[in-house]
Design a protein around this ligand. Structure first.
Ligand SMILES: *[C@@H]1O[C@H](CO)[C@@H](O)[C@H](O)[C@H]1NC(C)=O
Length: 495
């Protein structure tokens, strides 16, 4: 009761200072400070605390997501925030060294770093799994049915009694993995009978909405139970033949070569419609299982900007038919050009071509410029091999974005460098717009500008340029790394 009373001033302040649309969610985030942190934190079984600074850009981006998640989690998990510019001693006490830092507290005790996604949806799912016991104790058939009837997959340990040594090991594993998966257990072997269980084991139930005739919806663990063997079992089986890829799990699915069918998939409102196309996809891909390619389905709208950027999908492409892509873990991309046919034949042809190596990978490229006579050569994805991989030339290649200020600043310097070396027949100074062209594998471009040097004889191992941004800095680097001694034109030949 005391806590509620103490909270009032904060709540009122938020109500007055926020414009109406933000009010309902803003007040769901508890504001904590030096004076009341321990006192208020101790009241909550599970609490997610954001340590932030008002000026930090990532904090500003996170704030509306955090507020939305707080509203959805109301009543289960409390979300709170500490402004580190006003309460630096509280932040120092919990070892906060960067903003924002997110930590999970249990009854006021710092229990674990938050390592989940930073979207409202992601925070919601991640924190939802933080509440309650590591593994839910199921006592009746009804408990079991209710538990596995969930949007996410379920892992259920079936044990012979409360003092089973395997149960102890299972609970340890659940404690470690609960953030990623849902765990439950029973100490009554009878509960497993329906699924063919005769001795202690672990069952993995795939989400009921993804039930299909091409694979079992329940998988039994047959290995000896340890934390790592259980982790491996879950990782290998949780997705099944054709999981539903979302913005949250896409990175985990993309560690392998992955085919995805994008369409108007919506498992919240239209399970049958969503499964109509998935079943048609599965009918084909089930024949190609265990050949190194994995499969998935996804909502096209969720991934639209990605499909436009990475695969050149036009807004009018496809209509209601699934749009099929393959993305290899190394970054090679393929799209099925033929329309998806309901009999699955076109997908079959696409897969046959893929496994036979007959597909040409999709490379996003601007058109090759007709004239390219300026000192700084313009490279596009399609001419990358011709220009940067030219085996007779040392090539300095700048990856830039048309909108980046640092690139604009570098432009006159880069031009002067190119002018200086214009008469050198062995060296090429080049640039590529890395927003409208795919960066080839082997070049790691995370920010702009990123500059690489691809010297003669080492085209497969380009060197990243990390020197200064003045003409002299570049010349010093090139003098050291070039395969020939440099030939200067203009006034720089005294170097
Ligand atoms: C450039 O050459 C390297 C080494 O031969 C090769 O691995 C790479 O694929 C080539 N890049 C392009 C874009 O063709």
């Amino acid at each position: 009761m005391a806590a509620a009373v103490r909270l009032l001033p904060t709540v009122t302040f938020a109500l007055l200072s926020a414009f109406p649309a933000a009010v309902s969610s803003r007040r769901d985030v508890l504001e904590l400070g030096h004076a009341d942190f321990d006192y208020l934190a101790a009241e909550h079984e599970t609490m997610l605390v954001k340590f932030y600074a008002p000026w930090c850009g990532h904090c500003k981006k996170l704030a509306p997501e955090f507020e939305k998640a707080a509203t959805r989690l109301k009543g289960t998990v409390q979300l709170a925030k500490v402004d580190c510019t006003a309460h630096s001693e509280t932040c120092a006490r919990f070892g906060v060294s960067g903003y924002p830092t997110l930590k999970i507290f249990r009854y006021g005790r710092d229990s674990a770093p938050y390592e989940g996604p930073r979207t409202a949806e992601g925070i919601y799912h991640y924190m939802k799994k933080q509440t309650g016991p590591d593994s839910v104790h199921l006592k009746t058939e009804e408990d079991l049915k209710t538990f596995v009837n969930n949007y996410d997959a379920s892992i259920v340990g079936v044990f012979s009694g409360p003092d089973s040594s395997l149960l102890a090991e299972y609970l340890k594993a659940a404690g470690l993995l609960r953030e990623q998966f849902r765990f439950a257990h029973t100490t009554d072997l009878k509960l497993g009978e329906e699924h063919g269980v005769t001795s202690e084991t672990v069952l993995l139930f795939r989400p009921p909405r993804l039930d299909n005739m091409f694979e079992d919806s329940v998988v039994a663990f047959t290995d000896y139970l340890t934390i790592s063997s259980l982790r491996r079992f879950v990782r290998d089986h949780i997705y099944g033949l054709c999981p539903h890829m979302t913005l949250e799990n896409r990175d985990r699915l993309r560690v392998r070569d992955l085919l995805t069918a994008y369409y108007d998939l919506d498992y919240h409102h239209n399970i049958r419609g969503s499964n109509y196309w998935r079943n048609r996809v599965m009918k084909v891909v089930s024949k190609y299982a265990r050949r190194g390619l994995t499969f998935s389905v996804a909502n096209k709208k969720d991934f639209l900007s990605e499909l436009e950027d990475d695969f050149g999908l036009g807004t009018s492409d496809g209509g209601e038919l699934p749009f099929i892509t393959i993305r290899s873990k190394l970054g090679h991309k393929y799209t099925m050009r033929e329309e998806f046919t309901r009999d699955g034949r076109s997908l079959e042809r696409f897969l046959d071509d893929y496994f036979a190596g007959r597909l040409k990978s999709y490379v996003k490229s601007e058109p090759v410029p007709e004239r390219n006579s300026a000192a700084v050569k313009v490279v596009v994805a399609e001419s990358f091999d011709d220009i940067v991989n030219d085996s007779d030339k040392d090539v300095l290649i700048q990856f830039y974005s048309p909108s980046c200020p640092h690139c604009k600043k570098l432009e006159p310097v880069y031009r002067e460098l190119a002018d200086t070396l214009y008469s050198d027949p062995n060296i090429v100074i080049a640039k590529m717009n890395a927003v409208d062209n795919d960066v080839p594998p082997g070049y790691d471009v995370q920010g702009y500008p990123t500059i690489y040097f691809a010297p003669v004889g080492k085209k497969d191992e380009p060197i990243r340029y990390e020197g200064g941004r003045e003409v002299q800095d570049f010349l010093k680097f090139l003098k050291r790394e070039a395969s020939h001694s440099l030939a200067f034109s203009g006034s720089k030949d005294e170097l």
